[in-house]
Write a protein that binds this ligand. Structure first.
Ligand code: EPU
Length: 338
């Protein structure tokens, strides 16, 4: 395990932003993570675990230790007649893991195809897309407690999953390093085609009896048509969460804006499409210096090449203010701002 000093993080975040890590170490085994926690007093230090760096906005140099998660491995660990339990180590690339499952006809993760990032980061924010969230197939995960180096198991309830939320973003923030995740998948997959765009794509491709491979293809096509490829245009996917507002407020706004998209959310609230709100405020496709809101999906902020993290942050604040001024709705970042 080599600890680098003053390492540029530019290749390690999909926004392609430059920031320097005071210390940087790549971990390849669970034992290395344990040794790291037991050797350095990480509790008193700033620690940042990076998987694919696809959900992060770096606004300044990082005065602490960056741990690049690189533990690999994926395996079927148990099965019965109808289900199979597949364990993936935290450094596995998410979409490669999904392919691994889909190719074996293990159903459950296909709607989450092509999401950037690594397996270990997926439970942090309970990744979701096209009607499915990670929590629907999640069995358990193992994480190292930073204070002790102890390996601890978390089941579905322990993780307290919510919309883009988990205990690891809240009460246990900065306390654990996720090292593996186990999913419970179906051998006779139940398809989720509830999302309109999936149905439309299957229909357009003339597919009447889809399997999970066809769902996966449809999801990939939809994502590629709307979301910029970070390898081409720096971005972190959706920059903001979709806000959940009281139903009365939604209905009042709907009188004024009849085409405002909204979906039922827990607690008789309505989830409103932040992309739509941002577009209504005139930001879609708008470029401000080296940053801007993407032309095909206003919820995605992009780096045209030379943006700084602060420039992106200023744009995000301007967008938040204009959405609040026009609709009285506060939109909150989904990405981790460091
Ligand atoms: N919309 C607009 N203008 C825009 C963008 C969206 O009017 O610029 C409207 C769309 O027409 C649609 C609605 O907003 O009626 C929802 O748009 P979309 O289906 O693109 O999904 P989203 O709510 O913007 C969420 C997730 C995505 C996920 C998609 C598909 C969040 C924060 N984002 O986006 O996740 O892929 O649904 O399920 O929940 C991510 O988290 O990084 C991410 C990409």
């Amino acid at each position: 395990m080599h600890i680098f000093q003053n390492k540029s993080l530019k290749p390690y975040n999909t926004f392609g932003l430059d920031a320097v890590a005071e210390q940087f170490v790549e971990v390849n085994t669970v034992e290395e993570v344990q040794v790291l926690c037991q050797t350095f007093n990480l509790v008193d230090r700033k620690v940042l675990v990076l998987g694919g760096g696809s959900n992060i906005l770096l606004t300044q140099d990082f005065k602490g230790m960056v741990i690049k998660m690189n533990i690999k491995g994926k395996d079927v660990i148990r099965e019965d007649e109808s289900q199979v339990w597949v364990k993936a180590m935290a450094g596995e690339i998410w979409h490669e893991f999904v392919s691994f499952c889909v190719e074996r006809n293990y159903g459950g993760l296909e709607n989450l195809s092509l999401i950037p990032g690594c397996v270990g980061a997926a439970p942090m924010q309970n990744i979701g897309a096209y009607g499915v969230e990670l929590k629907h197939c999640f069995e358990e995960l193992f994480a190292i407690e930073i204070a002790t180096g102890k390996l601890v198991k978390f089941n579905n309830q322990d993780c307290r999953f919510g919309y883009r939320e988990s205990v690891f973003k809240n009460e246990l923030k900065g306390k654990y390093i996720i090292v593996s995740v186990t999913f419970r998948l179906d051998k006779q997959p139940k398809l989720n085609t509830s999302y309109g765009a999936i149905q439309e794509t299957l229909h357009a491709n003339g597919i009447q009896k889809p399997g999970i491979k066809e769902i996966r293809e449809a999801v990939i096509a939809i994502r590629q048509s709307k979301l910029p490829d970070p390898a081409v245009l720096g971005n972190s996917g959706s920059f903001f969460k979709n806000p959940e507002i009281p139903a009365e407020k939604y209905h009042a706004l709907k009188e004024q804006y009849p085409d405002m998209p909204g979906y039922p959310a827990p607690g008789s609230r309505i989830k409103v499409a932040a992309g739509w709100l941002i577009e209504q405020c005139g930001w879609k496709g708008k470029r401000v210096g080296e940053t801007g809101a993407h032309a095909k999906q206003a919820l995605v902020l992009v780096n045209y090449g030379a943006a700084t993290g602060n420039e992106v942050l200023q744009l995000a604040k301007a967008i938040q203010n204009s959405v609040y001024d026009k609709f009285g709705i506060e939109i909150q970042p989904e990405v981790n701002i460091v």
